[in-house]
Design a protein around this ligand. Structure first.
Ligand SMILES: [Zn+2]
Length: 425
């Protein structure tokens, strides 16, 4: 619910394809409202005020097809199931993330009528701040998995085990389930327990992963502020999972078997895939989408990926010394940027969107290291720490907020160069 005092008399509920709407019911004021369409506009029996409660009951199912190839988004295998479960939850209210983004399609006539839609919200970096209803305390999930800090209840019904976990703090609405017969290694850094859950026969890189985790915690805590969660967990997931090699959820980093856990680190060009994945993803626990939850608009990806890339570069410096590995990695990112930029329209870093990862990741890494050379690493880290203090979630930060802080704490003589880095092409 939005924070205004205005009551709402109707809500829009949208279900993902995988949700079985035959079982979806909204309970409000002792009434049961059945929802059996993908998108339903519900007229409420009484107006709801901020803080009011209603209960939405639903079931979801997921299956994959063994015929014609196996291309699942999630992994459902004998020893290693994984599901990014928050993606399957019904969403409430207007969803700017599902807007038609193609400006031609937005304008064109269709079936005799004309969309003639205005610019999308997310296409403008100067839009008003907008709060979606999707972010909330994550305090009510049951499953047969191991994650999250507080196991508040466990019980058995029939042959199934149920566990109820609670996050204990405000986190962005993102959670996933991984369930397998894991081997576990535990270590600690400054009283923060670090766990690695891995397939019992994939233990070859666990020691290096632990070392990298301690180093990343050390750098980020020293420079950006306290680690926000009670523990840090790395979990191996099956290579059947699509869409990432590693991904950071609040306090848990999921990493695929093929590139991290069961990869030969000595092969090929000896890139440090552990730092590339574990260092980068652990850094995300300070930036978007964990402590920073960028407002959905142009530039949002700069507050997630560019800041994680900067941290990854500084970790290379700390691990290997400046000249060697970090400059090597920057050279590779320069090549990626050069080879990709011809395929899409160029946009400045502060307006970058997800369709241009070569700008958010590769150009972002280069720009942040240039900025670091210009103002000094300690100074830049102090500015990043201030940005985080001021715009920590539940604030919805924008790249304009970031640039304002950057200009405020740097010398006016440096502003021309900074402007060119972030707003130039
Ligand atoms: Zn990232």
């Amino acid at each position: 619910m939005q924070s205004s005092k205005t009551p709402v008399s109707g809500i829009l509920i949208q279900f993902n394809e995988e949700l079985n709407t035959a079982y979806a019911v909204l309970h409000i004021s002792n009434q049961r409202i059945k929802l059996n369409q993908k998108t339903t506009e519900v007229l409420l029996p009484r107006p709801m005020f901020p803080g009011d409660t209603a209960k939405l009951e639903f079931r979801l199912h997921y299956k994959w097809y063994p015929v014609n190839g196996h291309h699942p988004f999630n992994a459902m295998v004998a020893n290693g199931s994984f599901m990014r479960i928050s993606r399957y939850y019904p969403v409430i209210g207007y969803q700017s993330s599902t807007e038609i983004t193609d400006s031609f399609v937005r304008k064109k006539a269709w079936h005799g009528s004309c969309y003639n839609l205005a610019r999308t919200r997310s296409s403008c970096y100067q839009s008003n701040r907008f709060h979606t209803a999707g972010y909330d305390h994550f305090n009510n999930i049951r499953s047969n998995s191991y994650w999250y800090r507080l196991l508040v209840r466990r019980w058995k019904a029939g042959n199934r085990s149920f566990y109820r976990y609670q996050s204990g703090q405000l986190i962005p609405f993102r959670f996933a389930i991984a369930s397998a017969r894991y081997a576990v290694q535990k270590s600690a850094y400054k009283n923060i327990p670090v766990y690695v859950y891995y397939h019992p026969s994939h233990g070859e890189n666990v020691a290096q992963l632990m070392k990298n985790a301690r180093l990343t915690l050390d750098y980020c805590i020293k420079n950006f502020g306290q680690y926000p969660f009670p523990s840090l967990t790395f979990a191996e997931v099956s290579s059947f999972t699509r869409g990432f090699n590693a991904t950071a959820y609040p306090s848990v980093i999921f990493m695929a078997e093929r590139l991290a856990f069961h990869a030969n680190l000595k092969a090929g060009r000896q890139q440090d895939v552990i730092n590339e994945l574990a260092g980068h993803e652990t850094a995300h626990l300070w930036w978007g989408n964990n402590q920073v939850a960028p407002d959905e608009r142009e530039g949002a990806v700069m507050l997630t990926e560019t800041l994680a890339m900067y941290t990854e570069m500084m970790l290379y410096k700390k691990l290997y010394g400046e000249k060697k590995k970090m400059r090597e990695r920057l050279k590779m990112h320069q090549q990626i940027y050069e080879s990709e930029k011809g395929y899409s329209s160029e946009m400045p870093l502060y307006k970058v969107n997800e369709s241009s990862p070569h700008i958010a990741y590769s150009k972002g890494a280069i720009v942040m290291v240039q900025l670091c050379d210009l103002v000094g690493e300690d100074k830049l880290n102090a500015i990043l720490r201030l940005f985080l203090q001021k715009y920590r979630y539940p604030h919805r930060a924008t790249t304009i907020d970031f640039l304002q802080i950057l200009y405020q704490y740097t010398h006016p003589d440096q502003h021309r160069a900074i402007k060119a880095m972030f707003t130039g092409i």
